[in-house]
Design a protein around this ligand. Structure first.
Ligand SMILES: [Zn+2]
Length: 137
């Protein structure tokens, strides 16, 4: 899936990743997880002060990984309602549902940046997606 992520702290990219689920045969290898792993390998497991940028709204797993890695800010392009439901694992939970209930109160997120560029990367709501490309069936 065409999802990309970079993690920036103090003006420098400390981790980056793309979706590697198929190439790594690892269902947890979402772009954000790949980037978080690389950032933590580079600068340690506390990413406080870092911003995670993703082309697509992070799923629940990646939202929780952002919380556990202490990312300070999440910025993403395409929003959940702008893309096909196959990109998400849950019918109703949103990124903000996880962040709102987290113990941390120093985390923020901004969604819907560069909407034309990022939405164009994904199947739209209602698109007829081949079953072999659907991730959440
Ligand atoms: Zn994810």
């Amino acid at each position: 899936m065409p999802i990309g992520c970079v993690i920036v702290r103090d003006g420098e990219i400390v981790g980056e990743g793309a979706n590697e689920v198929a190439t790594q045969t690892d269902p947890t290898a979402h772009a954000e997880i790949v980037a978080i792993r690389r950032a933590c390998a580079s600068v340690g497991v506390d990413l406080r002060g870092a911003t995670l940028y993703s082309t697509l709204q992070p799923c629940g797993m990646c939202s929780m990984a952002s919380i556990w890695s202490h990312v300070s800010r999440i910025v993403y392009g395409a929003e959940r309602h702008q893309v096909h439901s196959m990109y998400f694992e849950d019918r109703h939970l949103e990124t903000m549902d996880f962040i709102r209930d987290a113990f941390r109160d120093d985390m923020s997120f901004t969604g819907g940046v560069l909407p034309e560029d990022t939405v164009a990367l994904y199947y739209k709501p209602g698109d007829d997606v081949p079953p072999e490309e659907q991730g959440n069936l």
